[in-house]
Design a binder for this molecule. Sequence first.
Ligand SMILES: NC(=O)c1ccc[n+]([C@@H]2O[C@H](COP(=O)([O-])OP(=O)(O)OC[C@H]3O[C@@H](n4cnc5c(N)ncnc54)[C@H](OP(=O)(O)O)[C@@H]3O)[C@@H](O)[C@H]2O)c1
Length: 256
Amino acid sequence: MKSENLFNVEGKVALITGSTGGLGSLFAEGLAKNGCIVILNSRSQDKVDLQVKFFKDSGYQVHGYAFDVTNTEQINKAVQQISEQVGNIDILVNNAGINIRAPLEDFKDEDWDNVIGINLTGTFKVSKAVARGMIDRNSGKIINIGSMQSELGRPTIAPYAASKGGIKMLTRGMATDWAKYNIQVNGIGPGYFKTEMTRALYENPEFDSWLCNRTPSNRWGDAEELLGALLFLSSSASSYVNGMMLYVDGGLLACV
Ligand SMILES: NC(=O)c1ccc[n+]([C@@H]2O[C@H](COP(=O)([O-])OP(=O)(O)OC[C@H]3O[C@@H](n4cnc5c(N)ncnc54)[C@H](OP(=O)(O)O)[C@@H]3O)[C@@H](O)[C@H]2O)c1
């Protein structure tokens, strides 16, 4: 295979959960720019409609399906509709995620359920629904979005860390069960990028200076810098890569 074709994703149907803002929207745009037919998603129909319009105005091939990644009925209905109305899903990016911060001793049970439910159980549920078709077709790419907290703790976000540590092992488990169907399941672990989720952090000068000193690259990541990893894991360039987390973190995990 010529090396220029290795990263080709043209014409592939890609579902990116939680893609009406933040990193998800960037992932969607990155795949759309490279010729994918992208499916945008979040819980809000209004936000999905707005984002679809924005993508269409930019000339991308795009569709939108609002569903909650914790709701099995909504997921199954959307996956069925996507396959009938757009085409079979070739690439799934499990990106939808939330974080809730509080000292663990005060952490509310319902907040724990929400964080684990969306970040970890949601990834399992959407993957199960999409993987069935991939298994039938003997082909597919699943990319789970982890975090630095797939590897490291941080004060006040133990449930988020539990969910993202779980993503690492779920990625390995999916790879173990599904690699034989020519489905490559891998993860991306972003370092720190400026989105709604990290607003409280980047608006805090103390955190900002701590992070820039702590990260060998001495800076926040630019979200565009995640696209190389995304394209690699979405394309045949990674056809024998399975169960791996690819950390894009300016070297943060490499040093104490
Ligand atoms: N930003 C970073 O530096 C960073 C670093 C490491 C990892 N990550 C991970 O990257 C992913 C995206 O983070 P982000 O910073 O871009 O967050 P964000 O800006 O808060 O965006 C999250 C997206 O997920 C959607 N969403 C939330 N709950 C959902 C649900 N139950 N079903 C469907 N969609 C849902 C949101 O839309 P609605 O609320 O409208 O549903 C939104 O579109 C997350 O998994 C996060 O853990 C981010």
